[in-house]
Design a protein around this ligand. Structure first.
Ligand SMILES: C[S@@+](CC[C@H](N)C(=O)[O-])C[C@H]1O[C@@H](n2cnc3c(N)ncnc32)[C@H](O)[C@@H]1O
Ligand code: SF4
Length: 375
């Protein structure tokens, strides 16, 4: 295959249409190729074999760099290399019920710079292209198909803030739910955000059946701002009003994510504040045990009994509450460290190359972008 010729990206309708015209292909062949890869997740060689101009098609936007399978449960972490040379991660979760969830990344690094998050500590921010978001789904789908499993759910809970990459994330969801692309139900997709009110409303309007989650982590404004610097851009009152408005557009439960940090947000008083803040919103509270990160030695996970008592207080007030005991603990630490160090080195190399004038790759320092972000 000539690398120079493989310039027509499968995810791009316009490029595939050009190829169809240039090679005088039957439109049915393009549909078959798209269905094979995007709906059935067939292996590359199978779809290529059926397609006469396969030398000209780029099936993937990402290169699989490393695969890590948990030895204790059904989690697989996939590290992908992007065009910019930086790494991102996706996680496949195989749940005992037989269902599977894929956690996808939307950015490399994150300008929200949350104190508890390894991605926020990366110090760089770059949006993933639509096809880089979608190829995580394709490659994970192919892995699951090879195990006779189906991909049940997709959650935007990997690296990055999806609503800081709103255009590409919206386009990715459009294609994930388009009948002639992935043809998935919007109710099997969840977008988790740190809280960008205007974009949350746009997303709810565009996809009334899409699941949305807010990473709240504290119902006290000052506490929230200490752990989420971006919390200054959207007040708790504004976030509450936004969810209330979303619930007039979407007839579904909204998810509130609450990271349990010892001595920061895990007291009975914090639970009471959370209950008051929720008020009559129709929500599901998901308590998240904190995975410690090296870059924030001052933060610790709440002990399990504290999490259970906190959950009991919420449940006693009538709130639907669950605790997320995450899979893949053994691959978590190894990967978080690796990706952060690798990306810092790669970003530095790219900056040096750019300074010497032989690179067009642009990386933003998070301090440069955080003030410019829309609230
Ligand atoms: C990585 S974020 C990506 C989506 C989006 N940016 C957000 O904050 O909701 C997904 C979830 O992981 C949580 N998270 C981040 N760092 C964590 C850590 N060290 N331990 C446990 N959960 C963490 C976030 O708070 C958020 O609820
Ligand atoms: S917004 Fe999400 S991805 Fe970004 S730093 Fe905060 S937790 Fe991490």
């Amino acid at each position: 295959m000539s690398a120079a010729a493989a310039t027509h990206r499968l995810f791009r309708m316009d490029e595939m249409e050009t190829l169809r015209r240039d090679r005088r292909l039957d439109p049915q062949l393009i549909r078959q190729l798209r269905n094979g890869l995007l709906k059935k997740f067939e292996p590359d060689d199978v779809v290529r074999e059926r397609f006469p101009a396969s030398d000209a098609v780029q099936l993937h936007a990402l290169k699989l760099f490393q695969r890590m399978d948990s030895e204790i449960d059904g989690a697989t972490k996939l590290l992908f290399e992007t065009d910019s040379g930086l790494l991102i991660e996706s996680v496949i979760l195989r749940i005992a019920s037989g269902r599977t969830t894929l956690c996808v990344s939307s950015q490399i690094g994150c300008a929200a710079a949350c104190d508890f998050c390894a991605t926020g500590k990366m110090g760089i921010a770059k949006n993933l292209a639509t096809e880089e978001i979608l190829d995580q789904v394709v490659q994970a789908g192919q892995i699951l198909r090879a195990e006779n499993r189906r991909l049940s759910n997709i959650v935007f809970m990997g690296m990055g803030e999806p609503l800081h990459n709103e255009a590409n994330v919206t386009e990715a969801i459009q294609l994930l739910t388009a009948p002639d692309h992935f043809a998935r139900s919007p109710s099997t997709v969840l977008v988790s955000t740190v809280g960008v009110p205007a974009a949350m409303l746009r997303l709810a309007n565009a996809f009334p059946r899409l699941n949305l989650a807010l990473s709240l982590h504290s119902a006290d404004q000052a506490t929230r701002e200490t752990i989420i610097p971006l919390g200054k851009k959207a007040s708790l009152t504004q976030l509450h009003d936004t969810i209330q408005e979303i619930q007039t557009i979407q007839d579904r439960e909204f998810m509130i994510e609450y990271l349990m940090l010892r001595g920061v947000n895990d007291s009975a008083e914090d639970a009471k504040r959370l209950i008051d803040w929720i008020g009559d919103l129709r929500v599901h509270v998901n308590l998240i045990p904190y995975n410690t990160i090296e870059a924030s030695p001052h933060l610790q996970a709440s002990p399990r009994p504290t999490i259970e008592s906190f959950a009991d207080l919420l449940k006693a007030s009538g709130l639907k509450t669950t605790v997320r005991y995450s899979l893949g603990h053994d691959i978590e630490a190894a990967c978080g460290q690796l990706i952060r160090q690798e990306n810092r080195q790669r970003a530095m190399q790219a900056r040096r190359a750019a300074a010497e004038g032989d690179s067009h790759v642009g990386f933003l320092d998070v301090r440069q972008v955080i003030d410019g972000l829309e609230s």
